[in-house]
Design a protein around this ligand. Structure first.
Ligand SMILES: Cc1cc2nc3c(=O)[nH]c(=O)nc-3n(C[C@H](O)[C@H](O)[C@H](O)COP(=O)(O)OP(=O)(O)OC[C@H]3O[C@@H](n4cnc5c(N)ncnc54)[C@H](O)[C@@H]3O)c2cc1C
Length: 481
């Protein structure tokens, strides 16, 4: 049978979704506006699409996949479209369908006694956090994009964020999944068991798969006791080595109640105070490095602030800390976090940047930063290092911004050489070139370069078994042509 024409594909989709369930270039008014779905958050890619599907039910997702699989139509799942590596953007062919999960956004069940929640893929992360909070529980994944990213995207990128140190990544928080497979079958495994050793852990294949193995429609997730005591400090440290030593000390002194530990360089304080309204330097004297650390407890009466102050005082005596501001109220705490969370935006507003989302064993971070800084100083005179991140889990955003007055085009033209040098150094330190942002479209060649041949071979075998016609997010993670 000859392939269907684009018009025939559109009428097939319309039969499944109804006219109100899809956007097409030909439709009048807002239903003709595909633009917001075609460009990624960082504006690295701009694609085209035959249609944006907006399913309201799981059955519509499975029917749509069965249809697209039969007609060999590429399908690009999309959540909040905040990916940093172009994972949710279609290619330029204009033949792919974007499947936005945004209307599949129900919280199906929350069981406070079971410490679990079952939510649909299109739930915005902040709404899941809110639902848990209202039930006196905590859903601990927290990211700068939590107001717009969606559960399906968080699961598919195995998102990290600021609490990984204490609660793990998204993968560690999943109890069950519901997934629409390429051939239209539904894997329904939304149990909330903590113990279930029945063969292969099939669901884990879809976590971090970036939409290349199936479309996640819902998940059951772990909850934790709501946090009721917080102590947050913005502390100046002499160097990253002292930051890592301080982390080890705080973990011990607090009985492992450090829930965030973020490294921030001076340049990030300069960028955020310059570009983001309302951000202020919490300390009076300029220092080379800072950490934003937070201790938390589910018991309101736990003296977290006292504990943090005592630990910081001891660290001051030992010169691990040079100066510190401890948040006295929720407003101070929000101000410290605003500084940290607006670093990416401030970087963007300051000019061209080259980004590297890397992880290194925590004990080697200081050496890595020393080596990397030396290389940049010698080889990228028009760039300035902005290395910050979730240092408590070894994750650094080892970014460069163009120096003031540098030529943006010339600076960005160094991307390939800089990336190669940094990723090679990461490999030499036993690290990963993609800590929490995934592969998407941006890092396919990097995966081919750095993954072990056996690992790549297994990935291709799994892809072929689950998506033999290569319709799911073609060209992302693995090259399929
Ligand atoms: C300001 C800011 C801060 C950020 N901070 C962090 C951070 O701290 N940690 C971190 O890990 N990330 C961070 N990110 C990156 C991004 O927000 C996360 O990767 C997020 O998890 C993506 O969710 P999303 O809904 O926007 O997914 P999208 O961008 O829409 O999609 C991401 C990938 O998942 C696939 N996908 C989406 N939904 C589904 C589904 N239902 N089934 C199958 N596949 C699907 C897409 O095809 C794509 O490959 C940040 C981004 C921004 C803009």
């Amino acid at each position: 049978m000859p392939p269907l024409t684009p018009a025939q594909v559109l009428s097939g989709l319309e039969r499944i979704l109804g006219t109100e369930g899809m956007l097409t270039a030909q439709a009048p008014g807002p239903r003709g506006d595909l633009e917001p779905y075609l460009t990624d958050h960082r504006r690295l890619y701009h694609g085209r699409a035959l249609a944006v599907a907006l399913p309201r039910t799981v059955a519509q997702v499975t029917e749509l996949l069965a249809f697209c699989n039969g007609q060999r139509v590429g399908v690009v799942p999309q959540g909040g479209n905040t990916s940093y590596c172009g994972g949710a953007t279609p290619d330029e062919s204009g033949r792919q369908i974007i499947v936005s999960l945004s209307r599949l956004s129900r919280i199906r069940r929350l069981d406070a006694l079971d410490y679990s929640i079952v939510a649909e893929a299109g739930c915005v992360l902040a709404d899941i956090q809110r639902a848990a909070d209202e039930a006196q529980r905590l859903f601990p994944v927290s990211l700068g994009s939590e107001g717009s990213c969606q559960l399906g995207g968080n699961l598919s990128t195995n998102a990290g964020g600021i609490h990984v140190l204490r609660y793990g990544m998204m993968r560690d928080l999943v109890l069950g999944l519901e997934v629409a497979l390429a051939d239209g079958r539904l894997l329904s495994s939304l149990g909330t068991l903590r113990k279930d050793n029945t063969g292969y852990d099939v669901k884990s294949l879809f976590l971090g798969a970036e939409g290349t193995l199936g479309i996640i429609t819902a998940a059951s997730l772990k909850l934790f006791p709501k946090l009721r005591a917080f102590a947050t400090a913005f502390a100046a440290v002499p160097d990253p080595r002292a930051a890592v030593a301080l982390l080890a000390r705080l973990r011990e002194a607090s009985g492992d109640r450090v829930s965030s530990f973020e490294l921030i360089p001076r340049i990030a304080v300069d960028l955020t105070t310059r570009h983001i309204p309302g951000v202020r330097d919490p300390l009076d004297v300029s220092r080379p490095w800072y950490v934003l650390c937070e201790l938390t407890s589910a018991r309101a009466a736990d003296p977290m602030e006292e504990l943090l102050e005592q630990s910081l005082a001891g660290a001051l005596e030992d010169r691990l800390v040079l100066d510190a501001a401890v948040a006295r109220n929720a407003r101070d705490r929000a101000a410290f976090w605003k500084l940290r969370e607006t670093i990416p935006e401030a970087q963007r507003l300051d000019g061209g940047s080259l980004k590297h989302d890397i992880s290194i064993p925590v004990g080697s971070i200081a050496d890595f930063i020393e080596h990397g800084s030396r290389w940049i100083a010698a080889n990228v005179p028009d760039g300035r290092l902005v290395a910050y991140g979730h240092v408590g889990d070894g994750n650094l955003h080892f970014n460069l911004n163009q120096a003031p007055a540098a030529d943006r085009t010339a600076f960005l033209a160094r991307e390939e050489a800089v990336k190669r040098a940094i990723h090679d150094l990461v490999r030499d330190f036993g690290g990963s070139f993609s800590a929490e942002h995934g592969i998407g479209r941006l890092k396919v060649a990097e995966l081919e370069r750095y993954a072990a041949p056996v690992e790549l071979d297994l990935m291709r075998t799994i892809k072929h078994a689950l998506d033999p016609n290569g319709i799911l997010n073609p060209g992302k993670v693995l090259r399929t042509d």
